[in-house]
Design a protein around this ligand. Structure first.
Ligand SMILES: *Cc1c(COP(=O)(O)O)cnc(C)c1O
Length: 225
């Protein structure tokens, strides 16, 4: 990459290269640009470069930042990638087009009710606590089948599975496990399910292992304060 290559172009090229190595089509992978903590001046160059799918991890921050940007770019899609409190479900359903952090029955009930009320159903990834970490969001692997059954019963559109593997150790086995769980639960990419996995440090290996949505922040925006 020469010095005139933008971070967005560089990440797109890396996604395409990883897809080719895996024998997949680059268009099978959706780049979700994680713009949390970054303000409009940092986001506008990506919008100008054609990026339209962005991720935020806080409802409040997204509600403050995105309405004016969306006025200028009405085809933007916003994804929520952070933990969601049930009492913010209505606000989240109004603001976001996809949720990556559905992880418990009480939140599922709140989201289903909010979607009924809004007359708008938005796809949800079920987040799995893939490394069984105490402090992390995500449903336990053992609880996944019941949560998926509840989602199907509530007619919640399931986008697939999502994970954030433990920090500072090799992510590949966790990505492989998430792909296996999707297969086992009728959510494999072949059956219309998705895999939201891979961040700046590891999105290429996630693509090798079947990611359909990579959530990339710092490789696009630089570091966060
Ligand atoms: C912040 C965040 C990302 C992006 O992380 P980077 O390492 O900056 O790419 C992805 N997923 C989730 C859930 C996040 O909170």
């Amino acid at each position: 990459m020469d010095s005139t290559t933008s971070p967005l172009e560089a990440v797109r090229a890396r996604i395409a290269a990883a897809a080719r190595i895996a024998g997949r089509k680059p268009t099978a992978i959706t780049l979700v640009a994680i713009s949390k903590t970054h303000e409009a001046p940092a986001i506008l160059p990506l919008l100008a470069g054609g990026q339209r799918i962005f991720g935020e991890n806080r409802v409040q921050e997204a509600a403050a930042k995105w309405p004016p940007l969306r006025e200028a770019y009405p085809d933007v899609a916003l994804h929520l990638v952070g933990q969601l409190q049930s009492n913010k479900a209505e606000e989240a359903v109004a603001l976001f087009d996809c949720i990556h952090s559905l992880d418990r029955p009480s939140l599922l009930t709140a989201l289903a009710r909010a979607m009924d009320k809004a007359g708008r159903r938005i796809p949800c990834f079920v987040q799995v606590n893939i490394g069984a970490e105490e402090q992390k969001g995500g449903c336990a692997i053992a609880d996944l089948p019941a949560l998926l059954a509840q989602a199907r019963a509530a007619d919640l559109p399931l986008a697939g599975l999502m994970c954030v593997p433990p920090a500072s150790i090799e992510a590949a086995p966790f990505f492989a496990l998430l792909a296996k769980l999707a297969d086992d639960n009728g959510l494999s990419p072949d059956s219309g399910g998705g895999l939201s996995m891979g961040m700046s440090e590891d999105f290429e290996v996630a693509i090798q292992l079947g990611a359909t949505h990579v959530r990339v922040g710092s490789a696009l925006f630089g570091g966060r304060a």
